[in-house]
Write a protein that binds this ligand. Structure first.
Ligand code: ASP
Ligand code: MG
Length: 412
């Protein structure tokens, strides 16, 4: 049934801080009510109350260090069951027809990777039918149903992905992600007071921002929005201001060269000193790490002065560092390396912007701004729309502030 003029089918997603307690849930219900009263069909996706998922994860760990991943999912998915039931009650109390949906009831079908499952398929037909009758669908984020007929969870922050996937499945006109910030910023406003909220950002930039440390959206949700062309908006659940629209590049009229600066501090640097410079060494180093499921990010190999030895530097996530040291320690002789140096006190700072594709000198401006502040760069990596540098953790704030003004991003 086609919707009436000016009406839309929308998904509204609320994160943990927006549903932190009964009062907050009532406020969320009021926001939902406004959209319903405007004639829209609404599906709401909610997270667990702030802090709940952390507590559930702690409990699972306390009960058993090597727990069954399926039972882990049974436990940690439970926070969302509470918030959907309560929100449905709040809506009903306001005279709005609503019902809660757990992942398995829809069902949100996922693969079987418990703890970080991927959504495989959602049949939105029943949701669409009921929404057309005026019933608000209140959907539990973060959870699904695996091929083993067990509850799965989608990884931390997974409710964003649930929201986008539901939006794609029901052909929603928009997916609004309500959160505790006003939108996507040019940099973390806690670090850069002159940071600005972006009105629009491209899917690709949002994807880089999310994967390079901006915590506003789960990376997978952006990939899904990009692939299904879901219109995403990130906005505050506390203020009544417009947020940031995530859109196609063509929808951005005046594209800045750099749209944002992000950082990730969960990096660690590993340097292998005096490695034999011969074919097969990189494979001997990175093969065992790949086998152990360690993600390697930046890699730098220095030129060897005499062609016999070289140094290899790379980064891994800090959580993997001790594993990496152990694995490579065992292979030291085989790799022919003299020493392994680990440094956990590093951060990766990235500048991101689709405008880089058509502008020269973007990297130089970054290196210049950092050198002016005496900040040493340990490693560099680039993509078409991103330049990342690895620097000492103590320079994080200085680097971000300097880059923010070097690229003309400071608010006037
Ligand atoms: N409650 C889950 C978490 O804390 C999912 C989410 O909030 O998106 O990670
Ligand atoms: Mg989140």
């Amino acid at each position: 049934m086609p919707l009436g003029e000016g009406m839309a089918r929308i998904v509204m997603k609320f994160g943990g801080t927006s549903v932190a307690d009964i009062d907050h849930l009532r406020k969320v219900a009021e926001r939902v009510a406004r959209e319903v009263e405007a004639g829209n069909e609404v599906a709401v996706v909610v997270s667990a109350m702030a802090g709940t998922t952390n507590r559930l994860i702690d409990w699972a760990g306390e009960m058993s260090v090597l727990h069954d991943a399926r039972e882990y999912d049974t436990v940690v998915s439970s926070g969302e069951q509470i918030t959907i039931g309560l929100l449905a009650m709040a809506l009903q109390q306001m005279g709005i027809s609503a019902r809660s949906w757990l992942g398995w009831q829809i069902p949100v079908q996922t693969d079987g990777i418990h703890g970080s499952a991927r959504i495989a398929d959602i049949d939105g037909a029943e949701l669409v039918r009921r929404m057309a009758e005026g019933q608000v669908a209140v959907v539990a984020g973060f959870q699904g149903l695996g091929p083993d007929n067990r509850i799965t969870t989608l990884g931390r922050g997974g409710s964003d992905t649930t929201a986008v996937a539901i939006a794609a499945a029901i052909g929603a006109d928009r997916c609004d992600i309500y959160t505790d910030v006003d939108g996507v910023f040019t940099a973390d406003p806690r670090i850069v007071t002159a940071a600005r909220k972006l009105d629009r950002i491209t899917y690709e930039e949002m994807l880089e921002m999310a994967s390079q440390g901006a915590k506003v959206l789960q990376t997978r949700s952006v990939v899904m929005a990009m692939n299904h062309r879901v219109r995403l908006q990130v906005l505050s659940s506390f203020a009544d201001t417009p947020g940031t629209l995530v859109v196609d590049e063509e929808e951005i009229v005046e594209q800045a060269v750099v749209s944002g600066i992000t950082y990730t501090s969960d990096e660690a640097k590993v340097t292998l000193l005096h490695v034999q410079d011969r074919p097969g060494v990189a494979a001997a180093v990175f093969g065992p790490l790949a086998d152990a499921n360690v993600n390697v990010d930046m890699i730098v190999q220095s030129a060897s002065p005499d062609g016999t030895q070289t140094d290899i530097t790379f980064t891994v996530s800090r959580a993997d560092l001790s594993r990496v040291e152990r694995i490579l320690g065992e292979k030291k002789a085989e790799i022919g390396c003299q020493d392994i140096i680990a440094d956990p006190d590093v951060v990766k700072v990235s500048v991101i912007g689709v405008g880089m594709r058509s502008h020269a000198g973007v990297a130089q401006r970054m290196f210049g701004a950092l050198s002016e502040k005496g900040i040493n760069i340990h490693a560099i990596s680039t993509s078409e729309i991103k330049i990342s540098v690895l620097i000492g953790a103590e320079y994080t704030e200085l680097a971000i502030r300097s880059l923010h003004s070097a690229y003309g991003l400071d608010a006037a």
